[in-house]
Design a protein around this ligand. Structure first.
Ligand SMILES: NC(=O)c1ccc[n+]([C@@H]2O[C@H](COP(=O)([O-])OP(=O)(O)OC[C@H]3O[C@@H](n4cnc5c(N)ncnc54)[C@H](OP(=O)(O)O)[C@@H]3O)[C@@H](O)[C@H]2O)c1
Length: 275
């Protein structure tokens, strides 16, 4: 089984650099998918209340019966639950759905700026952390201005900012801000949902190393120090996406992938999305 590299968050908690995402996996199929991922060696699972599959993740975790400390489970508070009390309730609901008594990482899913509630939610996450009910807290889809507002509160610095990131949308401003403040960048849609796998540069590099295009893209992320959470319900791909340590991309190959930036966003823009 592949050993998964770990990255240490700004509060000392260790997080697997490669996790398994379950966005768009129906709850009824999630138990089987997560069971396959755990069997392949994944220990970090990325879900969210809005995915509607926390219960399926929980069933797989219960069936696997792995030591809890070997797992790293992330969920996220949805936009409708932003607000201090609402976020505390949402956290308890997610725990109940997952059948867990703590999460390793809890994120604000989207800032939804028109609602004006993400700082209230952040204070709720700080309270959960202070009371030992979650091991690390962070955000998702936050731009630097919104992160700065959290930093200006003078409390906990987010451990993670999970954003859409792949060669076609590299979010360099966000990555630079994250790095400057000790916030780890976690890439969602690390494969751009498949949209970055067919280009000539990627397929050429893949051929050079005898690897697949997806492995090349995931390796590019890993070499740039990001956490990745690729999603697949296909057993061969689940294993393939974890098997990215036996080769190294050269500087010129990394540069060729860097050159694929084209503002190729697949999801909503965080500054404009309010649910
Ligand atoms: N925070 C947020 O707002 C946010 C938003 C979106 C996603 N996420 C998280 O990020 C995770 C990953 O993002 P994502 O699911 O949007 O996209 P992704 O991981 O970039 O791509 C998933 C797609 O690529 C295919 N695929 C996976 N591995 C492949 C491989 N080795 N070769 C060819 N195709 C492959 C999958 O197909 P099959 O499944 O059919 O194999 C699926 O269609 C999500 O599951 C979720 O946990 C977070």
């Amino acid at each position: 089984m592949t050993t998964i590299p770990a990255i240490t968050l700004n509060n000392g908690v260790s997080m697997p650099a490669i996790g398994y995402g379950v966005f768009q996996v129906p709850d009824a199929e999630t138990e089987q998918a997560v069971t396959k991922a755990l069997a392949a060696g994944y220990r970090s699972i990325d879900t969210a209340a809005i995915y509607g599959n926390e219960a399926g993740v929980g069933r797989a975790l219960a069936a696997a019966d792995l030591p809890r400390e070997d797992l790293f489970i992330t969920s996220k508070v949805w936009i409708e639950d932003l607000g201090f009390e609402e976020t505390l309730v949402a956290y308890d609901t997610s725990l109940a759905m997952l059948g867990l008594d703590y999460l390793d990482l809890y994120l604000i899913h989207w800032p939804a700026p028109e609602k004006g509630l993400y700082l209230d939610s952040w204070r709720a996450l700080e309270q959960l952390l202070a009371s030992g009910r979650v091991r690390a807290i962070g955000v998702s889809n936050f731009v630097p201005e919104q992160l700065q507002q959290i930093l200006d509160l003078g409390g906990i610095v987010p451990a993670v900012n999970q954003v859409e990131l792949h060669p076609a949308l590299q979010q360099r401003d966000i990555q630079e801000f994250n790095t400057a403040h000790g916030i780890l960048t976690e890439a969602w849609s690390p494969l751009a949902q498949g949209a970055v796998l067919g280009g000539q540069a990627v397929t050429d590099i893949a051929a050079t190393h005898g690897r697949t295009p997806a492995q090349v893209i995931l390796r590019w992320h890993l070499q740039q120090g990001r956490i990745i959470i690729p999603k697949s319900v296909t057993p061969a791909r689940i294993a393939e996406n974890l098997d990215i340590r036996g080769f190294v991309l050269t500087d010129s190959e990394m540069a060729a992938l860097d050159a694929l930036e084209r503002d190729g966003r697949t999801g909503p823009h965080p500054a404009e999305f309010n649910g």
